[in-house]
Design a protein around this ligand. Structure first.
Ligand SMILES: Cc1cc2nc3c(=O)[nH]c(=O)nc-3n(C[C@H](O)[C@H](O)[C@H](O)COP(=O)(O)O)c2cc1C
Length: 179
């Protein structure tokens, strides 16, 4: 008998000024039939409501590597959404740097063939750095689906009202439907 289980989405949340809004994506993903586990960068942990997210997902937030032999806290991912993605994480991911659990999971996803979508949250001053365009181009060549966020003006209070948390689900839907 074929076993059917609900698809599992890893939501990687980075330390941007809007990281506290990640619950919106979790709500929409649940409505689409995903189970969700959150992986926060260590810097993002202080910017999110950890207890509320764990209550919402039913899984512990992961941020650090588990010790050898301890059980896996989350099922394997069917897809990964990277949200409020920072300049820092985007550039390190593209370079293959894996010094946080989030980056390790993202770097490994390419070799594992797991679909990944990223919605950046970066201001236009950071986005002007040549490394940023190069990183996005490299991630695209790796098959990463890059979202539609247009960098906001620096020192403007940010672009929270223009940020789509759910666009990553639109990007991943065709990938996962065809799996
Ligand atoms: C309150 C606050 C807001 C920040 N907002 C952003 C942001 O919107 N985008 C960004 O790329 N970095 C932002 N940063 C800087 C990142 O947190 C910093 O580069 C950090 O190293 C990112 O870590 P991570 O990529 O591991 O999450 C912010 C930092 C703080 C403290």
């Amino acid at each position: 008998m074929t076993e059917h289980r609900e698809p599992f989405l890893y939501v990687v949340v980075c330390a941007s000024g809007i990281a506290d809004g990640v619950g919106e994506l979790i709500t929409s993903a649940h409505a689409e039939g995903w189970k969700v586990g959150v992986i926060a960068t260590p810097n993002a942990l202080g910017l999110i409501d950890q207890a509320a997210i764990e209550a919402q997902t039913g899984y512990p937030i992961r941020s650090a590597w588990r010790t050898p032999g301890s059980p896996r806290p989350l099922p394997a991912a069917d897809a990964i959404a990277v949200v409020s993605a920072t300049f820092n994480t985007i550039n390190k991911w593209a370079l293959g740097i894996a010094d946080t659990l989030a980056l390790g999971i993202l770097c490994e996803a390419y070799g594992l063939g797991i679909p990944v979508a990223v919605q950046p949250y970066v201001n236009s001053a950071l986005a002007a750095h040549p490394a940023y365009a190069e990183s996005l181009a490299r991630l695209r060549t790796m098959g990463v689906l890059v979202g539609d966020y247009v960098p906001h003006k620096p020192k403007s209070g940010g672009g929270r009202d223009k940020y789509s948390w759910t666009h990553v689900l639109d990007l991943l839907r065709p990938m996962v439907c065809s799996m």
